[in-house]
Write a protein that binds this ligand. Structure first.
Ligand code: GLN
Length: 482
């Protein structure tokens, strides 16, 4: 049995009686047992996976209605809640937190008979880009275990790349789906803001984040988007996509489409030559596929990282105030503490990166400083939105490298926060403007992956997936050999 098959091939395998759900789930669990000691993609495994598999097998055998996922194993980032099970956000602060409700995305996966095989590792509260900020130790890149897998949804990326499951759900506030997708050589989609419900996602920066799929193929991302997207009464920011089918015309091609190569994302400081070469190569490929490619400038891009961290830290500062051990927290005996010292003791369990964001998030919007920082960041955001609107009058898609560099070694960047944050230069634009963006695996150079990012206008997921599918069809990448 091939654990590396796509979601669509899994479904046809079940329908053709090539294997049962139980057989596939048992093999996936064996695989996790074998490789995850080293890779650490998972923080927890679902103890009921085999029981769930048996139930779905018996539904199949007795010809009952079975959901579109047919028991496929899907992993979920550990900031997405499932009622009755732990959701830690890879933080010691939520070490014992049992979610009181199930997120809409997981409810939708459950109702389509998928099996949530486990919860994946991440940077604490989704702050980071390497999983080095997980309070439970980092995940490792299956292409080279000396390297980071990207983040913050690093565990999700690893779980899919290493064939521990069929697909995963991550969250993307500033690249956290696309960055690990690029570093692990899987497909990662950040949908339009509001296309996917955030109900049950532990908030980091509510105004810009989205949940999205991380998959082995572009078709699989369309398949999962069909399931998780659409209006949700529990999240008032959701949009009605009228049950659009993102899969049906995915092979329409991109002939005649106009593609802009974003200058500021292909000449930034620190862009690696290999990544630039891969991007130039992808541009030629798009032209061969019949698209017209042209350089385009988005002048606000050099300011986006600063604006992004200013806005997200401000939102994070207020979101994280609830972890005071009164409303949310861990077991900490209050005897011997007065009120303030108890709360400071409780909050001392946050990791250093989260603390840095909270300090920043308290400072930048404060009286006397807001004009210089927070309001300025909002101006960058609104100017960027104007620029984006303008370029999409002319172009169908924008492209860039997903990340300016390839996966780096553990410890290599973490001590230089500013250059670390600059790794987000190409991904945060989609979040600040709310547009959809996808990372497609494009090359393996020096044994490490490079992903290409494609961005489209609001709610243009359909054509975005068509472009990604067309690009994907031109590449033939090796399997990871772990
Ligand atoms: N690196 C970004 C940050 O730390 C991305 C996080 C994300 O998308 N969740 O904020």
């Amino acid at each position: 049995m091939d654990l590396g098959i796509s979601a669509l091939n899994y479904v046809s395998g079940i329908k053709n009686n090539e294997f049962t759900v139980e057989e596939f789930i048992s093999k996936s669990l064996e695989r996790i047992n074998e490789v995850d000691k080293n890779l650490h993609a998972f923080l927890r495994i679902n103890d009921f996976a085999i029981k769930n598999a048996k139930q779905i097998d018996s539904k199949i055998k007795s010809n009952q209605n079975v959901g579109r996922c047919y028991g496929m194993p899907i992993s979920v980032k550990d900031n997405i809640c499932i009622e009755g099970s732990k959701t830690t956000c890879a933080s010691k602060v939520l070490e014992n937190f049992i979610a009181p409700h199930t997120s809409t995305v997981v409810s939708r996966l459950h109702s389509e008979d998928s099996i949530i095989i486990g919860k994946t590792n991440m940077d604490e509260f989704a702050m980071g880009l390497s999983t080095e900020f997980s309070a439970y130790g980092p995940s490792k890149n299956p292409w080279n275990t000396d390297c980071v897998p990207g983040g913050s949804s690093g565990g999700s990326g690893v779980s899919v790349a290493a064939n521990e499951c069929i697909a995963s759900l991550g969250s993307d506030t500033g690249g956290s789906i696309r960055n690990p997708a690029s570093f692990c050589s899987v497909v990662g989609l950040k949908p339009t803001y509001g296309l996917v419900s955030r109900y049950g996602l532990v908030s980091y920066a509510n105004s810009i984040e989205q949940i999205g799929p991380m998959t082995k193929t572009v078709e699989d991302s369309a398949f999962l988007l069909n399931i998780i997207s659409g209006i949700d009464p529990n999240d008032n920011t959701t949009l009605d996509n009228k049950n659009q089918d993102y899969l049906s015309d995915i092979d329409s091609g991109i002939s005649g489409k106009k593609i802009g190569i974003v200058g500021e994302m292909t000449n930034s400081d620190g862009l690696s030559t290999d990544v630039l070469n891969a991007t130039n190569d992808a541009t030629k490929t798009f032209e061969k596929l019949g698209a017209n490619c042209e350089q385009v400038s988005l002048q606000m891009v050099p300011y986006t990282v600063a604006a992004y961290y200013t806005i997200t830290s401000t939102e994070a500062g207020s979101n994280l105030a609830r972890y005071d051990n009164v409303r949310y927290g861990y077991d900490l005996d209050s005897s011997g503490f007065e009120f303030n010292s108890y709360i400071s003791q409780a909050r001392s369990k946050f990791g250093p990166e989260v603390i840095r964001r909270m300090i920043l998030g308290g400072f930048v919007p404060s009286a006397g400083h807001a004009g210089k920082y927070f309001l300025k960041a909002l101006k960058v955001k609104s100017k960027l939105i104007t620029e984006i609107k303008h370029v999409f009058e002319k172009f169908d898609f924008l492209i860039s490298p997903t990340v300016p560099i390839q996966p780096f070694k553990f410890g290599e960047k973490i001590n230089d926060p500013v250059s670390f944050m600059m790794v987000d230069i190409n991904t945060v634009t989609a979040n600040l403007t709310g547009i959809p963006a996808i990372s497609v695996p494009y090359k393996i150079t020096n044994g490490l992956p490079i992903g290409i990012q494609i961005m489209a206008n609001h709610l243009e997921e359909n054509s975005l997936l068509q472009a990604a599918y067309a690009l994907e069809k031109t590449v033939d990448l090796p399997e990871v050999s772990i």
